[in-house]
Design a protein around this ligand. Sequence first.
Ligand SMILES: C[S@@+](CC[C@H](N)C(=O)[O-])C[C@H]1O[C@@H](n2cnc3c(N)ncnc32)[C@H](O)[C@@H]1O
Length: 215
Amino acid sequence: MQVDPRNRNRPPLPRKRRPAVIPFLRGFLLQPREVATLFPSSRSLELRLSRLHCLRDAQSVVELGPGTGGTTQALLGAMSSSARLLCIEVVREYVEYLGWIEDHRLRVQEGSAHQLGPHLERNGITRPDVIVSGIPFSMMTRREGRDLVNAIHAALAPGGTFVAYQLRDRISELAGERFGPARSSFLFWNIPPLRILQWRKDEWPPTSRERNQHG
Ligand SMILES: C[S@@+](CC[C@H](N)C(=O)[O-])C[C@H]1O[C@@H](n2cnc3c(N)ncnc32)[C@H](O)[C@@H]1O
């Protein structure tokens, strides 16, 4: 069997994880607008995130809204042993719960993604390669959503990737204005089903030279 050299130093995905349904529900009851769903990430979502190509060579990854950590564990499983993951979570119960993940690459910051710039600065992160978000853009005002997309775009390294998994489609419009069209897929095996969208931070809108090249 051939071993992908990029996987050699990567710790395997832990087989066991703490059941998160009750703690997740507690967070929902405390802050329903922020959590926006009764169910933590499904195994299918975690699997899909762990297969993201952009994570393989990333040295610096940021997760917005890790919740009880199912998605966090999936990201860590896909990242190299020298990479770093900063999670930003607004619900204190979740921040405390995330202590179950013992991984030297992980740092958890309590606070809002709306303060993305200051949180990155506080944690010594200048240009993340990937930002993954599960926070519900559909529950924000248009202005808040647009400001957050702009902050994500400004923070990302050139060529970096923004990944969002969402129940509703508001994000396509908001992020599309800044990043251009998304690569989008649908995840049926999740309750409720989700969209997973990816954008690369390239020049947008494209220059006239790029437009001519691509017809
Ligand atoms: C749909 S849940 C996803 C949780 C987890 N990633 C999962 O899939 O199980 C949304 C998460 O985003 C967090 N969240 C919502 N608004 C936030 C904000 N402004 N800043 C940071 N986290 C936020 C919520 O507390 C919750 O943990």
